[in-house]
Design a protein around this ligand. Structure first.
Ligand SMILES: Nc1ncnc2c1ncn2[C@@H]1O[C@H](COP(=O)(O)OP(=O)(O)OP(=O)(O)O)[C@@H](O)[C@H]1O
Ligand SMILES: [Mg+2]
Length: 457
């Protein structure tokens, strides 16, 4: 066998192939195989111990050496996403599109860790660029140490020497280890550098925040294994040209997932948005067909969100279906149900659906809001502006029960809405205290009934 065989590594899932293929045999992604002449993983590395002997086994109820502590950053929206602050010795991966604010948020964290030292490892920007940003954000942190370095062995030595409380790596794609010949950013380098840093962080009780780039499809670049290696994965969402940024916990070993924090990008940095519902429905225009308000639940919080639909006669042979912030396949199902069960034809019409504010909604309870906005856009009849909707829609046009109704009802009442449309199945088990709120609860069995509560049809 050749000494340095050519291998093809999938940049998405890390699978290794001996011959080039257009499509990865493991994760089925197209065009992701990267040629590498790196030595196979096993060679070129120090030999691992054979692992003989019985390791120490502990009882669950035995006292551990010490309790893990959480560090509240004082940035409320970030603490919420982390499940109550940063966990000692944890590794957090922070992903997001270029320019969305990853470095800014990390820099804002630094003074909040004082008196513990913060080591900011930068492979992308020079110390002067970081100083310039810190000046703009009015950050004067005595505890912040800048390390312009990309060699992971030297970074580990710096961590040993400085013993910081927090290490920020900006970004993992720029690092490389001298133990491997492949260049920075390859799957092997990303995985091995991250693994070395995480091991060191756990050993020295250091919190590690790793910034990672994302692919054009929006997934974190590098091996999928990177997400499994860390304790928490935070993703920035939002549209770069808007001021609003959403930080979502995609994975969290120490708190709930899908929790979101809402920020506004100002010249002075990322500022928390106190009442996200007010922000998500702030710019809405009442009485305009195609606009509807739905009550979503993200993590432990209910949020009112505006959904907009534009339905217009197509100029193409194939009508366009475009959705921002809502799954396109789900939107197609809703259009089919509207057509088949309610006779609302969208054939020959372009349909555009948009969740305002750059939020991405994945829960099925958003279905009714989307259906209402499309039906409104199609008929030209505005949705009643004081009514909120939330329900999953079944293929027969029935409304299916959803979770967390109480939180949705309370949030809608809190923001002054006068009616909420829910699946009838949910209204049977509501607490009597909810019925005393100044909001009418309209249970509906079908999409048709729900639309009539919303003022359409
Ligand atoms: N003078 C300024 N006034 C207002 N906002 C600014 C200013 N300078 C930068 N910004 C904001 O900061 C954003 C850049 O933030 P940051 O560098 O933290 O992003 P990033 O996610 O680290 O990007 P990258 O992936 O390129 O490193 C810009 O997109 C812009 O929104
Ligand atoms: Mg950056």
């Amino acid at each position: 066998m050749a000494k340095n065989p050519v291998r093809y590594i999938c940049t998405t899932c890390g699978a290794v192939s001996l011959k080039y293929q257009g499509k990865c045999f493991e994760c089925q992604s197209w065009g992701t195989l990267l040629e590498t002449r790196t030595e196979p993983e096993e060679s070129g590395r120090k030999k691992r111990s054979s692992g003989s002997g019985v390791p120490e086994i502990q009882k669950l109820l035995d006292a551990g050496p010490e309790e893990f502590k959480r560090h509240l950053t004082g940035i409320g929206e970030l603490d919420r996403v982390l499940g109550g602050g940063l966990m000692q010795a944890s590794a957090v991966l922070v992903g997001g599109e270029p320019g969305i604010g990853k470095s800014t948020l990390m820099l804002q964290l630094a003074p909040r860790m004082a008196p513990a030292k913060v080591l900011y490892v930068s492979g992308e920007e020079s110390p002067n660029q970081i100083r310039e940003r810190a000046g703009r954000l009015s950050i004067r942190a005595e505890n912040l140490l800048l390390l312009p370095e990309v060699n992971v062995e030297r970074i580990l030595a710096a961590i040993e020497q400085e013993k910081p409380g927090l290490v920020i790596v900006d970004s993992i794609q720029t690092l490389h280890s001298g133990e491997y010949q492949s260049s920075a950013g390859t799957v092997t380098q990303i995985r091995e550098c991250a693994s070395m840093l995480i091991r060191k962080a756990k050993q020295l009780n250091v919190i590690l925040m790793i910034i990672g780039h994302i692919t054009k499809e929006g997934a974190l670049a590098g091996p999928k294994a990177l997400e499994h290696m860390v304790d928490t994965v935070l993703q920035f969402e939002g549209e770069g040209y808007q001021r609003y940024r959403i930080v979502r916990s995609v994975k969290n070993r120490f708190g709930p997932t899908n929790e979101i924090g809402v920020f506004r990008m100002e010249e002075s940095g990322l500022e928390e948005v106190g009442n996200p519902s007010e922000f998500f429905i702030s710019g809405r225009m009442n009485g305009v067909p195609g606009n509807a308000v739905l009550a979503a639940v993200e993590g432990s919080r209910a949020l009112l969100v505006e959904v907009q639909a534009l339905v217009s006669k197509t100029g193409y042979a194939m009508p366009q279906r475009i959705s921002t912030g809502f799954d396109l396949k789900r939107m197609s199902i809703i259009l089919a149900v509207l057509e088949k069960r309610l006779g609302m034809q969208t054939w020959g019409q372009d349909v555009f659906v948009k969740i305002a504010g750059g939020l991405k909604l994945v829960e099925p309870a958003a279905d009714l809001g989307v259906a209402a906005s499309v039906a409104s856009g199609l008929t030209g009849i505005p949705v009643d502006s004081s009514t909120v909707s939330c329900a999953e829609i079944g293929l027969s046009g029935e409304l299916r029960a959803i979770s967390d109704c109480e939180r949705r009802i309370r949030e809608a009442a809190h923001l002054g809405f006068r009616r909420i449309v829910l699946p009838e199945a949910n209204t049977r088990e509501l607490k009597p205290s909810l019925k005393k709120l100044p909001i009418a609860i309209a249970g509906s069995r079908t999409l048709q009934e729900a639309l009539s509560h919303l003022g359409i049809g």
